[in-house]
Design a protein around this ligand. Structure first.
Ligand code: FRU
Length: 518
């Protein structure tokens, strides 16, 4: 049920107790509540915001509309954690509804300054004619966790030459000065990024437009993020309006990056290579990064997309965040690895090691919330030496009588969350090095008009899969992080099986699986 404009732009206080109780009741009955991902208590979650390491902990906020699953009046909801695995709920961080953010506290970022955490965000406002007037606003969190909004915007105008699509400030510091990038639509309806400078986070000067080699690349760039790593510059942004090209750009909107030399902070020149997508799955958008105390760069994304209907929309809640991932730079491309802290959730373990031929159900590996690591070895010798197949083991055949599976499998993979007719299938084709995630039979369909498979061609043969399954999601890290597939799935709660398979030959597999607790 879609809400009217009036209903969407209400504050929590404007909702009756009954309405909230009903929403909570709906959420409780949802079969797709996650076990270990960050999700809203009620309503809709979108972008991660204000991600920063402050006073020994990671602080993270997210865009939140509490009263329904529409994109309505957005709050910042606040969490913190020392290990980025166990998050403490800190309640509402920034509440909208003042003159500068009358229609929502939109996305923004956090930075420590003089012992406080500064949160710079876009105040969304609409006038009587429903024309948007974006303000860039500031809120400051003190050591006690008290957050105070400034009444006056720090950037009150959209610079000349840009439309009212002007939002999502991401702040960083270089030397004595602060900089921020802000997503901006040019008047000719192309996407771009503007840069501002400040000495004190209070007074901001427009420095100009970031000069990239992608002058016409979609109609709007949301959620920019700039950082430096190993002496290089990395720019993340979310272009809207790209057309699909082969395996690329299959989702409604994209989220990706370019790398190159550091941004020239005087000329605003960014020399960079081609645009790469950050994720090959169906549901990844609006990520944000921060650096930890060890200098490691961490990224978290929204496991969802704007303008797409999801099966929980009528269950009182929508969306979750991705797991946090460490970023590494290798040959100009970003590698993503799940943060080590996640291992604190590991419970009982199952393992397997052997040769795999055909389809093999793995009862010990079944479940709905777990971590799975699969290491594949494909040397011919290995297969010859160890003639055992999974089949052999289960039927207790001896190695000598091993069924004919001499050659290397032409394709292999995994079926996750199987049951009845359901499965979420990951298939690797050895000849083309193409890895495909198929969610056509995952359960309740999502955005099928954007296709039901996603693929990418790997640079290296598939050797490792690091998979995180939760009640309604999969995150699949490939090889050393060279590709990630992040997707929501909406299976039947009973679909908890798992199948390993290899076709036309054998693959040697080592697998370890840990149950995950809340
Ligand atoms: C991206 C986005 C941002 C905006 C926020 C509003 O998903 O559209 O550009 O600030 O969501 O919730």
């Amino acid at each position: 049920m879609k809400m009217s404009r009036e209903q969407k732009y209400r504050l929590i206080e404007e909702a009756g107790e009954e309405e909230i109780a009903l929403l909570k009741q709906q959420v409780k009955q949802s079969p797709w509540r996650q076990q270990y991902h960050i999700q809203p208590h009620t309503g809709l979650l979108n972008d991660p915001n204000g991600f920063a390491y402050y006073q020994g902990e990671y602080h993270l906020f997210y865009q939140w509309f509490p009263l329904g699953t529409d994109h309505g009046m957005k709050y910042w909801y606040h969490l913190k954690s020392a290990d980025m695995s166990n998050w403490q709920d800190c309640g509402v961080g920034i509440a909208p509804g003042d003159r500068q953010d009358s229609h929502g506290a939109y996305s923004g970022s956090g930075i420590e300054h003089e012992g406080h955490l500064y949160l710079m965000y876009t105040g969304n406002t609409r006038d009587e004619a429903w024309i948007r007037h974006p303000y860039q606003c500031m809120a400051v969190m003190d050591r006690q966790g008290q957050i105070t909004k400034w009444e006056q915007p720090v950037i009150g105008e959209v610079p000349t030459g840009y439309t009212d699509h002007f939002r999502d400030p991401k702040v960083w510091k270089d030397g004595e000065l602060f900089y921020c990038v802000i997503g901006a639509q040019r008047e000719d309806e192309t996407g771009s990024i503007t840069v501002y400078r400040s000495a004190d986070l209070r007074q901001w000067d427009f420095a100009g437009e970031l000069n990239t080699s992608l002058p016409r690349f979609g109609y709007m760039w949301e959620c920019p993020d700039y950082f430096e790593m190993d002496g290089q510059g990395v720019l993340l942004f979310c272009p809207q309006g790209l057309q699909p090209e082969g395996d690329k750009y299959r989702n409604i909107y994209q989220s990706g990056y370019v790398t190159g030399s550091k941004m020239n902070l005087d000329t605003l020149e960014l020399q960079h290579g081609e645009f790469h997508e950050l994720d090959y799955g169906f549901d990844f958008y609006a990520p944000q990064t921060t650096a930890g105390p060890d200098g490691k760069r961490i990224i978290i994304g929204w496991m969802g997309l704007p303008d797409i209907a999801y099966p929980t929309d009528h269950q009182g809640w929508a969306h979750c965040l991705t797991l946090p991932r460490e970023l590494h730079l290798h040959n100009g491309k970003l590698l993503q690895k799940p943060v080590p802290g996640l291992a604190s959730r590991r419970g009982s373990k199952a393992s397997f090691s052997g040769s795999l031929t055909g389809r093999q159900q793995m009862p010990d590996f079944a479940g709905e919330a777990y971590e799975l690591i699969c290491t594949y070895m494909m040397q011919e010798e290995q297969t010859a030496e160890d003639g055992h197949t999974v089949q052999d083991r289960n039927t207790e055949l001896t190695g000598e009588t091993s069924i004919g599976a001499a050659g290397q499998a032409s394709s292999f993979g995994i079926e996750l969350r199987t049951g009845g007719t359901e499965k979420t299938m990951l298939t690797y084709d050895a000849a083309s090095k193409r890895l495909t995630l198929d969610r056509s039979a995952s359960g309740q369909p999502v955005a099928e008009e954007y296709g039901t498979t996603r693929s990418c061609v790997l640079e290296q043969p598939l050797s490792r899969l690091h998979i995180f399954v939760d009640v309604s999601s999969v995150e699949i890290f490939v090889n050393d992080g060279e590709a990630v597939f992040t997707s929501r799935i909406f299976p039947n709660p009973d679909s908890q099986g798992i199948v390993f398979f290899a076709e036309d030959g054998t693959v040697h597999l080592q697998a370890e699986k840990w149950d995950y607790h809340r």
